[in-house]
Design a binder for this molecule. Sequence first.
Ligand code: SAH
Length: 236
Amino acid sequence: MLAVMGAMDEEVRLLRERMEIAEEAVHAGVNVAKGRYGDAEIVLVKCGIGKVNASICTQMLIDLYAPDRLIFSGVAGGLLPNMTVGDLIIASHLIQFDVDLTAFGRRHGESPDRDRMIQSDPQLMDLAAQAYDAAFSDDAAARPNLMIGTIVSGDRFVKDSDTLRWLQREFAALATEMEGAAVGYTCDLSGLPLVVVRGLSDTAGEDAPDDFTANLAKVWDTSFRLLDELIPRAGA
Ligand code: SAH
């Protein structure tokens, strides 16, 4: 079974409308919808914002639903100067940027006995890239840019140019958000293959809060087109 997660209502709403729900349950404070999405058997959840919510929800899904793959999707702030709202990012790697044991000579994001980089599953990354090709092949005008690289996560909405420059330089990151690396860390502990796909709602600078609010619905429509192709492929 395939697990599909988002952090906010907006991020799961279109998927929920499209899926056939067979049963619903509440565990660890979140609603879990189980059913079919096309031919794929899936569980869909909105985990809430931030790394704690994301980890709890991921572990709950692993323990109670034993998924064999997990897709996390949502919006993020872009970190490169030429990025635009609506660009899509497939995470190859994920790092928790706010884990700070530099006092002990470690790198930002590094914790004892664990690499700071968490990897997305290569096969799921391939499927996500194929889904992008399929979703926008007939519609060049609506086709967003696609980038593959590192996404960083922390319990902070980034909205200033000093922080975004630091994230870009310290982690060679393409985008920042608040859940992906926590989901990745939790999946890693149980050997569950995952991929994180994000659409840019903002570019993490001073305008980020306004951009985020203004763009959420539009960006999610774009991400949905990719997910609508990815879920059947990943859940086959
Ligand atoms: N609307 C919420 C806050 C949203 S937080 C409220 O009412 O309080 C932003 C969400 O979008 C998080 O789930 C995060 O993963 C993602 N996100 C988008 N842009 C971001 C940015 N610039 N920095 C951090 N997270 C961002």
